[in-house]
Design a protein around this ligand. Structure first.
Ligand code: ADE
Length: 217
């Protein structure tokens, strides 16, 4: 069973996402086990402090090295070979081929979600990979971590329903978008399903789908 741990100040953000739909099914099938690590538990002092101002000045607060190291060590105690993945807009851009590679790899992961303006750079000594979900800045790494976890876990064999659905869907070859699809009824509000899809001619249907698959930018 794959083990995925998440270090976050907001573990409750993950509850709905990881306990619904495909992520719930993956846990139910024992394909994956999720473990939340609350960074606050490793905060310093009575107030469980996790952040401080940057040396050299500047706006905002940084997550301190000490609580982050302690939280990562807690994750490593549970799963010594797990890879540490830092969520940061500075990281490599996530894409479907990476989701496939990471899903196939059988590696376990500890996702580290930042908040505030960043991290004490010394955290990098413990980090194996840095990942970004795109060239925009979010309030924290939680939404990116959920996105990446979902994209990996749904590709674990047996998690997705139809055997072919992962293979034919958008982006699986890295550049083609999925073709348009229709289901019942044949006419809705005067809008008709393309005749070729009702024809039963599999050759023609495949041709139509290829022609109507858009290329990603
Ligand atoms: N944290 C804040 N913004 C992010 C992004 N775009 N990708 C990953 N982690 C982030």
């Amino acid at each position: 069973m794959r083990k995925i741990q998440v270090i976050t100040l907001f573990p409750e953000m993950f509850e709905g996402v990881l306990n619904s739909s495909m992520m719930w099914k993956a846990q139910d099938q024992k394909a994956v086990e999720f473990r939340m690590i609350n960074l606050r538990d490793f905060g310093l002092g009575l107030r469980k402090r996790v952040d401080d101002t940057p040396y050299g000045g500047g706006d905002g607060m940084l997550l301190m090295a000490e609580p982050l190291f302690a939280a990562i060590n807690d994750g490593k105690k549970f799963d010594p070979t797990a890879k540490v993945v830092l969520m940061t807009p500075r990281g490599m851009r996530w894409k479907q081929s990476l989701a496939q590679t990471w899903s196939d790899s059988n590696d376990d992961y500890i996702f580290v979600c930042g908040r505030y303006e960043g991290y004490d750079e010394r955290i990098m000594t413990l980090v194996d990979e840095q990942v970004s979900v795109g060239d925009y800045v979010l309030t924290g790494g939680e939404l990116p971590a959920m996105t990446i976890i979902d994209s990996i876990v749904r590709l674990i064999p047996g998690v997705l329903g139809g055997e072919n659905s992962a293979a034919i869907e958008s982006f699986s070859d890295g550049e083609t978008l999925e073709y348009p699809q229709y289901t019942r009824p044949e006419v809705f509000n005067g809008l008709e399903v393309p005749k070729v899809l009702l024809s039963g001619n599999h050759g023609e249907i495949a041709k139509w789908r290829a022609e109507n698959s858009l290329k990603a930018e």
